[in-house]
Write a protein that binds this ligand. Structure first.
Ligand SMILES: [Cu+2]
Length: 484
């Protein structure tokens, strides 16, 4: 290996830090300074070839998009070295895992930054099992070259201690847009969620709009769309055989878009949501995923041909959001046909006739948008309060061991993918429909609709809640739970 001056300087910059060893290490349950890392993740600027004509420069994990698949075993401690070769301090968040605050990767909770041109070694015990992911958690605000607008996302699969494995093979799909830009036209929300808007919430939203009646707030749009870092028609197809049972693990790694996915002539049997097995696996023609949601779905390959598996939005699919599925022996141009409109309803995966454990306490939150209130950006308020990035003050307190019911009332026309850190939650009611047994870490609440979910406060430490739409979380839609 030869080192040029630049990389020598880079190594020199790392050395004093690395030699500090234990000071950087997270003492979890054993000293880690002489251990070899199980995984090394390097954050650096790099290029991704979305197609031969579309090569994008952005920040990546290990020079690739998506970042490497991190395969872990539930309960088996893992050591991860994270190097930051950029000039910006970074946070790497282990989305959907029950990890302590110093590992979680959220500065708001107190996780130390991975210093610019520095590194952090972390160690943790992976749990719960299933499909998780890792992504950056810095706050980009109006800088579209930071945070989840970059290519910093990768899948995590935590092997359960026993895996029933009723499939022939697994395919991971990471959905992601590139080349973001601001627009001020206001976005059209596709009407795909089950349920009907609540008049009272519409009235609250209307009042807020009358108060903040200037131009619509900035939105982020994208030029290029991809699955596993390739635009539709570029990269290898998914090659299948007739009769094969393929388990797709689909991740929406967008900074703020909702994504759909359909495969003409095939049904998806959803077996897990956000990595957690669902009580009632069900067949659906289309997958809908809010930002940061994951779906694991079995597809029986029983419709030979060459197909486009893609977003139902024609424009997004034509700009790359799709991947070709090719049966052995089939040839010709990949075929697409739009599925019938389908209403996405989380409750069909629930446990029929069951009722969740009653909570010890219920907290209610109203979601209100102040149109263009922050230098042209929409500001988001929960119960009248926008999160302060300056004070990072926790507003709500939970007690260990207690079960909390959170009820969100959305007085805006936007769909919000609500996310709780370091805990999972159980859906209790979605747009008026009761349910039980669906365990998630992100859930979409529809425009002028309501959602309720329960979580047990069993992972002490500051716990972040936020909307996973990057613009929303950066401009107020966030709060911290404090453990008493
Ligand atoms: Cu939101």
């Amino acid at each position: 290996m030869s080192l040029d001056r630049r990389s020598l300087l880079k190594h020199a910059a790392i050395l004093p830090l690395a030699s500090m060893g234990p000071a950087l290490a997270q003492a979890v349950d054993a000293p880690v300074s002489f251990e070899k890392a199980d995984y090394t993740i390097r954050i650096a600027t790099g290029l991704i070839d979305l197609s031969a004509e579309h090569i994008v420069s952005t920040t990546l994990y290990n020079g690739q998009f998506p970042g490497p698949l991190v395969r872990l075993t539930e309960g088996k401690r893992v050591v991860v070295d994270i190097y930051n070769d950029t000039d910006t301090p970074e946070q790497l968040h282990w989305h959907g895992q029950f990890v302590p605050v110093d590992v979680d990767g959220a500065a708001e909770e107190g996780t130390p930054y991975i210093p610019a041109q520095g590194m952090r070694r972390i160690a943790f015990v992976p749990k719960p099992s299933g499909f998780r992911f890792y992504h950056t958690h810095v706050v980009p605000m109006n800088n579209l070259s930071l945070g989840t607008y970059t290519g910093q996302a990768g899948p995590v699969y935590i092997e359960p201690t026993n895996n029933p494995g009723v499939y022939d093979r697994e395919v991971f799909l990471v959905l992601k847009e590139f080349l973001p830009s601001f627009s001020q036209g206001g976005e059209m929300n596709v009407d795909f969620l089950a349920g009907t808007p609540i008049r009272e919430l519409e009235e609250i939203g209307k009042k807020a709009d009358e108060q903040f009646n200037g131009p619509k707030g900035y939105e982020v749009g994208y030029n290029l769309f991809s699955i596993n870092g390739k635009m539709l028609g570029h990269g290898d197809p998914i090659r299948v055989k007739q009769g094969e049972r393929v388990l797709f693990h689909v991740l929406n790694a967008s900074a703020g878009e909702i994504r759909s996915l359909a495969l003409p002539g095939h049904m998806f049997r959803i077996v897990a949501l956000d990595g957690n097995p669902v009580p009632t696996p069900s067949d659906v023609p289309v997958l809908w995923l809010g930002t940061a949601e994951r779906i694991s779905a079995l597809v029986e390959m029983n419709h030979p041909g060459v197909w486009v598996m893609g977003d139902v939005g024609d424009d997004d699919r034509e700009h790359g959001m799709g991947i070709v599925v090719e049966y052995a022996g089939a040839s010709g141009e990949p075929q697409w046909s739009s599925p019938q409109p389908y209403r996405w309803d989380y409750t069909i995966f629930g446990k029929a006739g069951a009722t969740p454990t009653p909570p010890d306490e219920t907290m209610e939150f109203s979601i209100v948008k102040h149109n263009g209130a922050l230098n042209g950006f929409n500001q988001w308020l929960l119960n009248g309060q926008a999160f302060s990035m300056e004070t990072l003050k926790p507003v709500y307190t939970v007690h260990e061991g207690r079960r909390y019911r959170l009820k969100f009332r959305n007085a805006s026309d936007d769909i919000h993918p609500l996310h709780l850190h370091r805990h999972s939650f159980e859906l209790v009611r979605v747009s008026g429909k009761p349910t039980a047994g669906v365990i998630k870490d992100v859930v979409m609440v529809g425009g002028f609709q309501e959602v309720e979910f329960d979580f047990v406060a069993d992972h002490p430490g500051l716990t972040l809640f936020h909307c996973h739409q990057q613009l929303h979380m950066d401009f107020g839609f966030m709060f911290l739970f404090n453990y008493a």
